[in-house]
Design a protein around this ligand. Structure first.
Ligand code: NAD
Length: 372
């Protein structure tokens, strides 16, 4: 069983889908590993380190030749993928639908790691969690770097510097890590979410929950612990509450996503204008349409004296750790299903059917075929 690890080709992608650690572990399972030359360059992993771990290193064609599983951080180009191979990566199935069709046409079995079900046994395989966690951390550091003031309160001989007020909107994996990171830097932190269950989590991290009460549809939780689209009544109440709160904040970090839909708009231009000049907003949902009006993917823009940070692919900005965790997610996934006799992984229906996008030349995933 040969596993191929390709060099990422998407602009700005610095991560890699395997590390010397996971290469060794795959070899221990009985697999052979081929890594495309330069695959780890931007994640500080030299070709020699992969070779030392036991991988063969070569060009793309040699890497793919005879491979039965192809690993990627993002979806590889369909050209040259061996027919019948599995392609396990973050495939962005909703926005890269044409490429999914191309995988079907190429006869590969595309496995979208971001469709991993949110069940306990799959936690260690979940790329959304591992990467969001790092994004939440990095968002706070990016905010701090753009902010012309300090985060912690400082009492100095020259006078007191007051603590930054940080407001986190969307308290999933990224939001929780943003709260924890901002707290560690000494900020005064508050947070909000549509899922009522997050209130306890916010309190447990020493932050202040900001919540709309007594409005229909407050639960906000749909399947798999994800958020649902909220009622209009809720949206109005939330906008009012947030407006008065946001005007007093120095830093706002937004992380709100709804799977398969554009990100919900949480901050309007008028709300941006209400913040004091020099404040910073980081929009982690900018690539899914943005939580913040005026945010631009890939740019730091200034509106009404407020910096709106819209970095793309934030996990890639911590490429070494992001790769290490992504690679472990892939290893945990494939090894959990490893069938010793077959010498390869054999998926079960619960996880296999959730993540499989294409098989035998067809797009088969119900979330894409509309059968979900
Ligand atoms: P996400 O990235 O889909 O969304 C980020 C957050 O934005 C969520 O908390 C969501 O409720 C919130 N949000 C959506 N619309 C909003 C709005 N209008 N206003 C404010 N907030 C809004 O979420 P996530 O980080 O993937 O986590 C979702 C849940 O899934 C969490 O409870 C998490 O702990 C759970 N989870 C479980 C597993 C597992 O069991 N394997 C893995 C990962 C996450």
């Amino acid at each position: 069983m040969k596993i191929a690890v390709l060099r990422e080709t998407a602009p700005g992608e610095a991560r890699v889908a395997a590390t010397p650690e996971t290469v060794k572990k795959f070899i221990a399972l009985g697999a052979t590993i081929a890594v495309e030359a330069g695959a780890g360059e931007h994640a500080s992993i030299a070709d020699a380190a992969f070779a030392e771990a036991g991988a063969s290193v070569g060009d793309r064609a040699a890497t793919l030749s005879g491979a039965e599983i192809v690993l990627g951080v993002q979806g590889p180009a369909p050209e040259g993928l061996p027919r019948g191979a599995w392609v396990a990566a973050g495939l962005n199935p909703f926005s890269e639908r044409a490429r999914v069709d191309a995988y079907a046409a190429a006869g590969v079995e595309a496995l979208a790691m971001e469709f991993m079900p949110r069940i306990t046994r799959a936690q260690s395989m979940d790329i959304l969690s591992s990467q969001s966690n790092l994004s939440g951390y990095k968002a706070v550091l990016d905010a701090a770097a753009e902010y012309g003031r300090a985060f912690p309160m400082m009492m100095t001989a020259a006078g007191t510097v007051s603590a930054a007020r940080v407001f986190v909107m969307g308290v999933g994996v990224a939001g929780l890590q943003a709260i924890a990171t901002a707290r560690r830097l000494g900020a005064q932190v508050s947070a909000t979410d549509v899922r009522a269950a997050t209130k306890e989590q916010i309190l447990s991290l020493g932050a202040k929950p900001i919540f709309v009460e007594a409005v229909k549809g407050i639960e906000g939780e749909g399947t798999g612990g994800y958020a649902t689209e909220m009622s209009d009544e809720y949206k109005v109440a939330q906008a009012e509450l947030v407006s008065s709160h946001i005007a007093k904040q120095d830093i706002v970090i937004t992380t709100a996503l709804i799977p398969g839909r554009p990100a919900p708009r949480l901050v309007s231009d008028a709300q941006v204008a209400s913040m004091r000049p020099g404040s910073v907003i980081v929009d982690l949902a900018v690539e899914q349409g943005g939580n913040v009006e005026g945010a631009v993917a890939g740019e730091v823009v200034v509106r009404h004296g407020v910096k709106i940070v819209g970095h793309r692919n934030v996990p890639s900005r911590l490429a070494a750790d992001a790769s290490a965790l992504f690679a472990r997610n892939l290893f945990n996934f494939l090894s959990a299903f490893w069938d010793k006799e077959a010498g390869r992984p054999v998926l079960d229906a619960e996880i296999g059917d959730a993540i499989r996008l294409t098989k035998d030349g067809q797009v088969v995933n119900p979330r894409l075929t509309g059968a979900a």
